[in-house]
Design a protein. Structure first.
Ligand code: SAM
Length: 225
């Protein structure tokens, strides 16, 4: 039996794109649940997602009254899925570790969901997010909890042929998050660690496999300093 195959991030998501939304993934469920429970007032607001993937979060934000929903991603196949999901999204291909081709203060609400584990340096995308955020805006970051990532748990999937695909990921302990927020001019308004017990009755059984207390995702709410 052969071992896992490691691909670059864009190449891995290009392969995963077609099956990503149907994949039984407790982390994706936990992040989606966390976003669904956020009290956000987005009527007439512009939302921007870094690493928007198949657009599942941007699609969900339409129900919150957001007028403009913009997303970008490294993977062209993930973006193709997002385009197919919702033609009203504004989508483009970009790398969050480089300058994003949008003007200052473009967005009222900026989301990162399960994407910063692929970035070694948190400060670069967070500084860009701060530049793109309006002064009264909010950033939400929902990412794999450090207790899991530090144990070696990270994004991976199986192809229909059963091959396991892994990709580059980086653990970010709490001190790294706090240092990156400080250097990016961001203030923590709220922090929630979503434990298995918090994920509601629709949560897949897999979310309980480490017991009810294990946190799956960390959920930061930030504003400009
Ligand atoms: C696990 S998926 C999450 C997608 C979506 N945010 C969600 O919650 O379903 C991670 C996404 O981040 C994207 N990504 C990873 N590194 C990136 C980078 N440097 N710039 C832009 N997108 C990136 C991947 O292509 C992939 O679509």
């Amino acid at each position: 039996m052969s071992g896992p195959i490691t691909l670059g991030v864009a190449a891995a998501y290009d392969v995963w794109a077609a099956s990503y939304d149907g994949y039984d993934n407790p982390m994706v469920f936990a992040a989606g649940h966390a976003l669904s429970q956020a009290s956000l007032s987005l009527t007439q607001k512009t939302c921007l997602e870094f690493g928007c993937g198949t657009g599942r979060n941007l699609a969900a934000l339409a129900a919150r009254g957001a007028t403009a929903r913009i997303g970008f991603d490294l993977s062209s196949a993930m973006l193709a899925e997002a385009r197919q999901r919702d033609a009203s999204l504004t989508l483009f291909q970009a790398d969050m570790s480089a300058p994003i081709p949008l003007p200052d203060q473009s967005a009222d609400f900026i989301l990162f969901s399960l994407t910063l584990e692929h970035v070694s340096d948190l400060a670069t995308p967070l500084l860009e997010a701060r530049r793109l955020l309006r002064e009264d805006g909010t950033i939400k970051i929902i990412e794999i909890h450090p207790f899991l990532s530090l144990q070696g748990i990270s994004a991976h999937f199986k192809t229909i042929d059963g091959a396991e695909i892994t990709m580059p990921t980086f653990s970010h302990p709490f001190q790294d998050w706090l240092a990156a927020f400080e250097s990016s001019g961001l203030r923590v308004c709220a922090l929630k660690e979503w434990q298995a017990r918090d994920l509601g009755p629709a949560a897949p059984a897999k979310t309980l496999r480490r017991g009810p207390d294990w946190p799956w995702v960390v959920d930061w709410t930030l504003s400009p300093v």
